[in-house]
Write a protein that binds this ligand. Structure first.
Ligand code: BES
Ligand code: MN
Ligand code: MN
Length: 457
């Protein structure tokens, strides 16, 4: 089988692949921080150069209002399907930097893992795609199917640029299915396909009281305090049982089918291990009557990420700040839409605002939830490839995270996504000491090589 030589090539070249990935990880392509815009552009250029080097064609950066997209294709497999591979080269900010054991942008191997910001989310996984393509091209001189590569640099900030591009249905994106490696395996060694993601709305609430900051002795007692008003608003968004109090918020939810719930039940999940090792808190919280997997995969959330404003320096300052803000997001599940959820939330917040202050509710970004039908030939091909490499049956899971473009691929391009990810539950995504398990990098490339061959059948 031709794939064997591609796999042999990947094994032989593993040390080089790893060194190249480290070079990519040294680029601090933090999409949300304006001072890293140049690094984002550079990461895109490095990936484009590598795609050209391995023999991909029509390689180019597509500029957007934000960070550029990277496009490449190889379309010489006549009569074969076309895959659109997607990934993101941008990363989350590394803070709190003090909690990293080694610097976030100086990748190091330790205990079979590669530590760096972006190691698994998503540069390491994007690089698996590139190296799978290289292994096939270098050994067969061709690819088993037609391939289009699309990378973005704004996934972690909502992906506005790519959303506009995909919505315009450009001929460059004509494909039969998408392949995405930006999710996790349910457990080490357990081949996993993710078939559902939550959507989200990310918002900001701004509360304004006095026209300027005030001396808290001179005015305290008479002037409204926007932080206190904000706390009162936040406290009324969710009750002590984890129930979101926005009227109508839950009304359109499509619950998982009994079969899907049954399948989740047989997954190897130890709640106490999850609480201690992954969460590390005294107790788990959430809606009564729902398991942890249901709470994180099939129920909406409302979370506060930060409350900027006022005095936060060392020491004390007696001030009544003029304004206070909160960053609040909601994860949405199938049936819910960002537009309706935001409208319900905004009107509720405006209704419960305490006297003496004004409130403004802003939408920063949003994305649809998604649920992938599993009865398509590409999902079937994926399970065959995964079995070959991991010697186990694939589990189908959902994930509580969001990849906004998956919904757009379905809606605008009419294609399903195969979400074949190789992260692990303890990879510390978005947190200090993010890592990628090196064995997964290696076997992930092999799985992708075999999948591309299987999908071409
Ligand atoms: N790769 C993650 C999403 C993810 C994580 C899926 C774990 C499955 C398992 C992605 O990079 C991410 O972090 N997305 C953001 C999207 C948001 C900013 C729109 C998220 O989920 O917070
Ligand atoms: Mn990601
Ligand atoms: Mn992420």
């Amino acid at each position: 089988m031709s794939s064997l030589s591609a796999i042999a090539f990947a094994r032989q070249n593993h040390p080089r692949f790893l060194e190249e990935l480290k070079a990519l990880l040294r680029i601090p392509s933090v999409s949300t921080l304006p001072e890293h815009a140049g690094d984002c552009h550079f990461a895109a250029e490095v990936l484009a150069a590598e795609l050209s080097r391995i023999g991909m064609e029509n390689v180019r950066l597509i500029e957007t209002a934000g960070h550029p997209l990277v496009y490449a294709d190889w379309l010489h497999a006549e009569g074969k399907p076309t895959v659109l591979t997607y990934g993101h080269y941008d990363v989350q900010p590394p803070d709190p930097v003090d909690e990293w054991h080694t610097p976030p942008f100086e990748p190091v191997e330790r205990d079979g893992n590669l530590y760096a910001r972006g190691a698994v989310d998503d540069k390491g996984q994007v690089y698996m795609h590139v190296k799978a393509l290289e292994s096939l091209l270098m050994t067969r001189g061709s690819l088993p199917l037609n391939v289009r590569v699309l990378l973005e640099g704004e996934e972690e900030i909502g992906g506005e640029g790519i959303a506009g591009f995909v919505a315009s249905k450009p001929p460059e994106l004509k494909a039969d299915f998408a392949l995405i490696s930006d999710t996790e395996m349910f457990a080490p060694g357990l081949p996993t396909l993710c078939v559902g993601l939550r959507g989200m709305i990310y918002t900001e609430i701004e509360v304004r009281g006095a026209h300027t900051d005030l001396h808290s002795g001179m005015y305290g007692g008479a002037a409204p305090n926007p932080f206190f008003a904000l706390a009162q608003i936040l406290a009324r968004l969710k009750d002590e049982h984890g129930h979101i109090l926005i009227p109508g918020f839950y009304e359109d939810i499509i619950p998982p089918s009994p079969e899907e719930l049954q399948a989740w039940h047989s997954l190897p999940f130890d709640e106490e291990h999850y609480r201690i090792s992954e969460v590390g808190a005294r107790q788990l919280v959430g809606e009564a009557g729902f398991s942890v997997l249901e709470r994180t995969w099939a129920r909406p959330t409302l979370d506060v990420h930060g409350i900027p404003g006022g005095f936060t320096g060392a020491g004390a300052k007696t001030v009544i700040p003029a304004k206070a803000q909160a960053k609040v997001s909601m994860r949405l599940v199938p049936g819910m839409t960002p537009a309706k959820a935001f409208a319900q939330y905004k009107s509720y917040v405006e209704k419960i605002v305490p006297p003496g202050v004004d409130v403004e509710v802003r939408l920063i970004h949003s994305g649809d939830p998604c649920l992938i039908p599993v009865n398509n030939p590409y999902i079937q091909a994926a399970t065959r490839a995964l079995h070959e490499v991991w010697k186990k049956d694939t589990v189908f899971i959902r994930s509580g995270g969001s990849i906004p473009i998956v919904g757009d691929f379905a809606q605008h391009l009419g294609i399903p996504s195969v979400m074949m990810g190789f992260g692990l539950p303890d990879d510390n995504l978005h947190a200090p000491n993010e890592k990628f398990h090196l064995k997964n990098f290696e076997l992930g490339i092999e799985s992708l090589i075999l999948f591309l061959e299987e999908a071409a059948r």
